[in-house]
Ligand binder design. Structure first.
Ligand code: SF4
Length: 111
């Protein structure tokens, strides 16, 4: 006879297994979709206002004195997805992809 604890453990293991398999199937699809998103245009008004660049080494240091060279989009809390991807979505720019080594003034270091 199974106790409620055994049932709960079994249910947990079933849910965990389904979740892991689901993530393994969804992650590549997410990366493929992200790669297909249009690039954030440098003349996008919000991108311009935030000083977005595709290469963090090109940030205007005079205009953004708090910028640091190790601040890149893939290290930002708003970057969505795999840190190794060349491009991914950013929650600040829906429907667009930003560059892995990019930067903007809204950079917030990932926790
Ligand atoms: Fe990159 Fe973060 Fe700015 Fe988005 S908010 S463009 S991920 S630095």
């Amino acid at each position: 006879m199974q106790t409620p604890t055994n049932l709960n453990r079994r249910s947990f293991m079933q849910i965990a297994t389904v979740s892991v398999v689901g993530l393994a199937l969804v992650a590549p699809a997410f990366n493929a979709i992200a790669a297909d998103l249009p690039h954030l245009e440098l003349d996008n008004p919000t991108a311009k206002a935030l000083g977005y660049v595709e290469d963090t080494t090109k940030v205007d240091a005079a205009k953004y004195p708090n910028h640091k060279p190790d601040q890149i989009c893939s290290g930002c809390a708003l970057w969505q997805g795999d840190a190794k991807s060349a491009r991914n979505p950013c929650t600040l720019f829906p429907g667009k992809s930003v560059a892995n080594k990019g930067w903007c003034a809204s950079f917030a270091k990932k926790a």
